[in-house]
Design a protein around this ligand. Structure first.
Ligand code: ASP
Ligand code: MG
Length: 401
């Protein structure tokens, strides 16, 4: 049995006309001889409007009940789409997450998949040619409904492909025709890449190139699921996400990612003594605030400055938490008008000189660097919001993308 998982996002199933285009993709795969597992998101805007409704009803909606509400978005999609398939003479049925079952933990609103028993799907594929599965949802072991975090249908699709076993392909359909070297809205030379490694995609996705939910890429890498990102509205082969190979390593940089959702906090004149970093970052960790770049300046006269970045939405909570923690420092500054730009490439693992080229190119363009951080496959710089577009374009050019 050759199985193909095809995932379609909200804009692909927005209305009847879109769903008919999706049906054509599914029929084509069926005609090629695949048994198809279609994973759908809620119709465009539906999840947001359900969320909005919940917040009209309650200032602090119960998280478990919120998930019961949100899962209806995907339930609507799969029911409507299964009807369309049946009208085209296809043997199809819908599956909700709990019917598979897709078992998750009980972190309502952002649950993690524990286990998928794919036996029920395999069995159903003996009778049906297409299964239409609701993305984004699962259930706990004690039968409460859960959702997998915004964009979670990507993760459902890749996890289902992994559970269905080796050789299962996973196509993620969206409204762009693949993964780009950077955002075409910011850089007119941006272009689609044919292949990208899991590690590069993780960096691109985690830094604002929001084509795929990050968790779906982690699962794809862990279970070595080949994933193609492609468009519902064209026949482009899209971008293949795959294991790193020697051809990829010979390319130094494969993309420029950026993230405008950055805020910087600086604690000035922090007493330089053991335990001080812990006294700052432990309370933030306990408050569930994700800290990104951290810089501690060299000590002078027993004091240092400590700067770090958080997501803008977390800035107020960060300042509140630090206020309560009574950190030994003279004062705390913060700024929101900053962005992060990153060059990403597995080639940087084995080749030196990338950092120098990044700094030099930005210097020549007159872009000031506020903070710098690096990993094996990326170099990130924090810049002023006003410099972001220039920085992206300069780096795109510097690395001949
Ligand atoms: N409908 C959910 C959302 O809007 C899940 C998804 O689309 O992947 O986040
Ligand atoms: Mg999405």
């Amino acid at each position: 049995m050759r199985i193909l998982v095809q995932k379609f996002g909200g804009s692909s199933v927005a209305d009847l006309e879109c769903m008919k285009k999706v049906r054509a993709k599914v029929l084509a795969a069926h005609e090629e001889g695949y048994k198809v597992v279609v994973v759908l998101s809620a119709r465009y805007g539906q999840t947001n409007s359900l969320l909005e409704r919940a917040y009209q009803w309650s200032d602090e909606p119960d998280l478990a009940e919120l998930d019961v509400l949100l899962t209806t978005g995907e339930q609507e999609s799969v029911a409507l789409f299964a009807m369309l398939l049946k009208d085209a003479g296809i043997k199809a049925r819908s599956f909700l997450g709990f019917q598979i079952p897709l078992i998750s933990d009980d972190a309502f609103g952002n649950a993690r998949i524990d286990e998928i028993d794919a036996a029920s799907l395999r069995k159903a594929l003996e009778t049906y040619d297409v299964l239409v599965v609701a993305g984004f949802q699962g259930r706990t072991r004690d039968m409460r409904l859960t959702t997998l975090g915004r964009g979670g249908s990507d993760t459902s699709a890749v996890a289902l492909a992994a559970a269905l076993g080796e050789g299962t392909l996973c196509d993620i359909y969206t409204d762009v025709d693949g993964v780009y070297t950077t955002d075409p809205r910011l850089c007119k030379d941006a272009h689609k890449v044919d292949r990208i490694s899991y590690d590069e995609m993780l960096e691109m996705a985690s830094m604002g190139a929001k084509v795929l939910q990050i968790r779906s890429v982690e699962i794809a890498e862990k279970y070595n699921v080949p994933v193609r990102v492609r468009s519902t509205f064209s026949n482009d082969p899209g971008t293949l996400l795959t294991k790193e190979d020697s051809m990829m390593e010979s390319v130094l940089v494969s993309g420029i990612a950026f993230d405008k959702d950055q805020a910087r906090v600086t604690l000035c004149d922090v007493r330089d003594r053991p335990g001080i970093a812990a006294s700052i970052f432990s309370p933030l960790g306990e408050a569930g605030i994700v800290v990104d770049m951290i810089i501690q300046t060299a000590s002078r006269d027993g004091v240092t400055d400590m700067a770090f970045t958080v997501s803008r939405k977390d800035l107020k909570r960060t300042l509140d938490t630090l206020g309560k923690a009574n950190v030994e420092c003279s004062h705390i500054e913060s700024a929101q008008n900053i962005s992060k730009v990153s060059v990403v490439g597995v080639g940087m693992r084995n080749h030196s000189g990338a950092a120098g080229r990044v700094f030099n190119a930005l210097y020549k363009a007159g872009v000031n660097l506020i903070m710098i951080s690096t990993s094996e496959v990326k170099i990130s710089c924090l810049v002023d919001d006003a410099d972001l577009e220039l920085a992206v374009n300069v780096l795109h050019k510097e690395f001949n993308l």
